[in-house]
Design a protein around this ligand. Sequence first.
Ligand SMILES: Nc1ncnc2c1ncn2[C@@H]1O[C@H](COP(=O)(O)OP(=O)(O)OP(=O)(O)O)[C@@H](O)[C@H]1O
Ligand SMILES: [Mg+2]
Length: 362
Amino acid sequence: MAYIVYLEEAYPPRQARRRSFGGRAGVKPWAPRKPVPRRRESFRSRFGSLFKPPSHRRSERRASSNGSSSRAPLPGYELVKKLNTGGMSEAVTLVKKQGKLYITKRVRADGNRRQTTMSELKVLQLIKRSSSNNLNKLHDFQWDPRGLFCTFVLEYCHSGSLTGKIERYERARSSVPEEFAWNVLGGIAKALAFLHEGIGDPLHEKAAARWNSTWHLDLKPCNIFLSSHGQRGPYPRVVLGDFGCAVSEKDIDDGLAHPRRQRCGTEEWYPPEGLESVVGSHVRYGSATDVWQMGATIHVMCRLLRGPRRSQLDSVSPCGSHYSETLNSTVRQCVKNYRIRWTAAEVARQVHEVAKKKGYRM
Ligand SMILES: Nc1ncnc2c1ncn2[C@@H]1O[C@H](COP(=O)(O)OP(=O)(O)OP(=O)(O)O)[C@@H](O)[C@H]1O
Ligand SMILES: [Mg+2]
């Protein structure tokens, strides 16, 4: 079984060389990181390939001004309704174009938000090229005329988020069916296998050579969406979204993200090795963070909670005794010590085995 190796192994004492990242061959050797340039590089020179020159046409300026008006957030799209935001984005709206619904998400790109927005855009562009149907796809994006905001146009997931689903089961005083829990676990695991290792099909593919491993780092029910479009069995297709906290290995190598301390996320959802209260300054993050958050999501969903309960999560039965031992043990593999935690591809393969045995269609 391949184990996830965190960046602490990858970040030896200064000036030392790391052999390879995460024990994988073909990854460029560690070298002292380039210092982040003090000089203010122009936005365009730094992110030229992603930057669309601002338009100074008055119509576009008006359309992309502040998000508080009732106008559509982007020209060519009709506003359907505004949605409440969770804090990471400025405005989230439901829009329509040629009869099709989309989500627009307006994020700040000024000051210290520029880097996170650029990372989000890079991840969304990577996902757009993938064949995965478990990742929220970018349809379009547009910068405001001064490059202070970026608006992403994303696939709209008609069945809402997993938070809404959990709340509905809670209100009905019923529990999530085990098959649905496997469906969610399988969908997230496949999405992560692509982001972490470039694996499109965990059953037949190995990790892609020279893959720039990318981590979501804010995985929780409100960032997991459900859609009946492309659904295979009785349960909706699971779509991982909201890449506002994502970081890649290259971001760290380029000195754009801290090697040990994640730049954003929800502390309640940090694994033990990411919590200062547990490991002090030896905190770390990476692909194992996402796998822990995936396990914690299944625990929260099966127990109909608002957030993870660590004592239950670390028990023999993180999902509760009315779920199978196989589901409970798979979640335990996701939340155990990061050195021996399963990878997302291993979880995806386990889900496939269970689905085959039980005749689940997902
Ligand atoms: N692709 C999508 N399809 C359907 N609904 C979406 C989509 N993306 C976002 N939403 C909805 O838009 C709203 C705002 O999302 P946003 O990410 O700002 O908040 P959040 O996920 O609740 O919190 P956080 O900032 O902690 O991630 C949420 O209700 C979310 O469910
Ligand atoms: Mg969100």
